[in-house]
Design a protein around this ligand. Structure first.
Ligand code: SF4
Ligand code: FES
Length: 278
């Protein structure tokens, strides 16, 4: 297979980026999308050019490192599939594809297709833990967890923190990610003592990180590679109201009201973007 690629090249967050066109040859249907980029990078390196930077680690769909837009869709055209698990057999010989990084003000571009997602880490730091002593393993197992709660926590824990939900949202909201992380611990008996503080603190952290506000478009659920459902956002909204009422505090963030879109300005329109061929 031979493909034409338009790839966003950007040296660092302070340097303007642009699309550059490449041809990549010798792609086989069994290659993953990242292996196809490895072929391109070997070719670029051989020619003395800078390889395309993209993030990856496990290449098994479990670590959440990888992710960029393929023709405007986070992780590409296959539902419930990370870009590292996307195989070239789902593309045609001669296809033209456009690759660009997540576009969100909270995820500044580090280089090429790599963005800084440490904003997610700071949301986790605000409440994604329990401080109750659980003792040794037998003590922890002595706390019985209802099957329904265990299933809900397990479904929520499937979130790999990739950021596709933010990239797909017209408001660049991080609600699906935050809702999954809150639901994971709020569903379990061990998570109950800090449930209210966790909910309010993680939602407040989300607001501080210049993510937009959820307006119920549902794009996040559509592109999430782990199938995290919108029901977790509804559960988060209920938990915020409950926590604010119980703590006699005002909600820290107005959830559900559209505010300012927070997508990063690309600086130039697609039609005006400079292209260069190599
Ligand atoms: S909710 Fe889905 S899309 Fe968002 S970070 Fe988690 S796994 Fe990725
Ligand atoms: S590289 Fe780990 S999920 Fe893709």
């Amino acid at each position: 297979m031979k493909l034409s690629l338009r790839i966003w090249r950007q040296k660092d967050r302070n340097t303007p980026g642009r699309f550059v066109s490449y041809e990549v040859d010798g792609v086989t249907p069994d290659m993953s999308f990242l292996e196809m980029l490895d072929v391109l990078n070997e070719d670029l390196t051989t020619r003395g050019e800078e390889p395309v930077a993209f993030e990856h680690d496990c290449r098994e769909g479990i670590c959440g490192s990888c992710g960029f837009l393929i023709d405007g869709v986070p992780h590409g055209p296959r539902r419930h599939t990370t870009v590292c698990q996307l195989h070239m057999r789902f593309f045609e010989d001669g296809d033209s594809l456009t690759l660009e990084p997540w576009r969100a003000r909270a995820f500044p571009v580090v280089r090429d297709l790599v963005v800084d997602r440490s904003a997610f880490d700071r949301i986790i730091q605000a409440g994604g833990y329990i401080s109750a002593p659980t003792g040794s393993a037998p003590d922890a197992n002595a706390i019985l967890v209802p099957k329904e709660a265990a299933d809900t926590a397990f479904d929520a824990a499937a979130c790999i923190g990739c950021g596709a939900c933010v990239a797909s949202c017209p408001n660049a909201a991080a609600m699906l990610f935050t809702a999954a992380k809150v639901a994971h611990l709020n569903s379990l008996p061990q998570g109950q003592p800090e449930r209210d503080e966790r909910t309010l603190n993680m939602v407040a952290a989300m607001g501080r990180e210049v993510f937009g506000t959820c307006s119920n478009h549902g794009e996040c659920e559509a592109v999430c590679p782990k199938g995290i459902p919108l029901e977790f956002i509804a559960a988060l909204n209920r938990d915020v109201i409950r926590a604010a009422f119980r703590r006699r505090r005002e909600p820290l963030h107005v959830i559900g009201a559209a505010q300012h879109p927070a997508h990063e300005d690309m600086g130039e329109s697609h039609s005006a973007q400079k292209e260069s061929s190599t």
